[in-house]
Design a protein around this ligand. Structure first.
Ligand code: C2E
Ligand code: MG
Ligand code: MG
Ligand code: MG
Length: 292
């Protein structure tokens, strides 16, 4: 509870709140040193084509391995990194690390599909992003088409004109753009039309009950139609079951990502998957799959 202590001063003495504040302060402090201590690592989750089950992309997902706090999930530290501005150097590390990983995989003779990197709002608006990506690509000798950038609707909303200009500039590097978590933000269809994007990612919130909830099914179907009408590809995220996959495939969804095919894994495990030319080992793709 908060006690009025005169004027606008309040003294919060709820233990839970204090614990939250303490954890937050501890996290912020730890986060500041995490880059120097090398505590960040990227995991990669493949996404597969619903045409033939081939791996057509990877998403880099940031993990923070703290010695005492353990594995801190991104949703616990990315908002904090965003508020404190630490997301800019952390995001720069992500871009560099992903590009180094791609070059390492390639040096081992692996065919590496495009790797998607998540951008936070602050990073997107920082003005340094274009230069950071160009430098990372050049440092590892990669072409822009090797990267995809994922942005969310809320990232684009503060200033739509500026967002469109930033997207165009990034696209000129040869990278693809995806609108992540589609349907959970506030962007209007008028903006969507203007964004030079290549993919819509249907948020996992709509995929979870797509087979059993007619409302979720309606949203997924409408999103797939909308995307195709705008000449965009659609990726469904959070696909965990064969039933979800089959349903989305029948509705014309292009690609899926989710635990059903693979969780996010370390670079080494991903290399094994790429080396195997892993495809979904499914009846759906076993016979009658269209030739490449
Ligand atoms: P996102 O970009 O929408 O990433 C998808 C999230 O769904 C990931 O969570 C992934 O592990 C999880 N996921 C994938 N398939 C399934 C599934 O079948 N079932 C379930 N239950 N979950 C699934 P994760 O790795 O915890 O990341 C959460 C969010 O943190 C990401 O959501 C993204 O917004 C953010 N994030 C992750 N890495 C970065 C990064 O390098 N930079 C920034 N700015 N944000 C990042
Ligand atoms: Mg994403
Ligand atoms: Mg997403
Ligand atoms: Mg999501």
């Amino acid at each position: 509870e908060a006690h009025g202590a005169g004027g606008n001063q309040y003294c919060f003495d709820t233990p839970a709140l204090n614990a939250t504040v303490l954890r937050r302060q501890a996290l912020e402090h730890a986060l500041r040193g995490a880059l120097e201590r090398g505590e960040f690592v990227l995991h990669y989750q493949p996404r597969v084509s619903l045409k033939d089950g081939a791996i057509v992309g990877l998403e880099a997902l940031l993990r923070w391995q703290h010695p005492e706090l353990g594995l801190v999930p991104p949703l616990q530290f990315i908002p904090l990194a965003e508020e404190t501005g630490l997301i800019v150097p952390v995001g720069e590390w992500v871009i560099g690390a992903a590009c180094r990983q791609i070059r390492c995989w390639r040096e081992r003779g692996l065919a590496v599909p495009p790797v998607a990197i998540n951008l936070s709002a602050r990073q997107f608006r920082s003005g340094e992003l274009h230069g950071t990506i160009a430098a990372a690509l050049a440092a590892e000798g990669l072409e822009g088409a090797q990267l995809e950038l994922e942005i969310t609707e809320s990232t684009t909303m503060a200033d739509v004109e500026e967002a469109v200009a930033t997207m165009r500039k990034l696209k000129a590097l040869g990278v693809s753009l995806a609108l992540d978590d589609f349907g959970t933000g506030y962007s209007s269809l008028a903006y969507l039309k203007r964004f030079p994007i290549d993919y819509l990612k249907i948020d996992r919130a709509f995929v979870r009950d797509v087979v059993t909830e007619p409302d979720d099914a309606a949203i997924c179907i409408a999103t797939i139609r909308l995307a195709h009408s705008l000449r965009l590809k659609v990726i469904a995220e959070g696909v965990e079951s064969e039933a979800q996959m089959e349903y989305l495939r029948r509705q014309g969804c292009d690609e899926i990502q989710g635990f059903y095919f693979s969780r996010p894994v370390e670079g080494e495990a991903l290399a094994v998957m790429l080396g195997d030319g892993a495809r979904m080992a499914l009846a759906a793709f076993a016979d009658g799959a269209p030739p490449p």
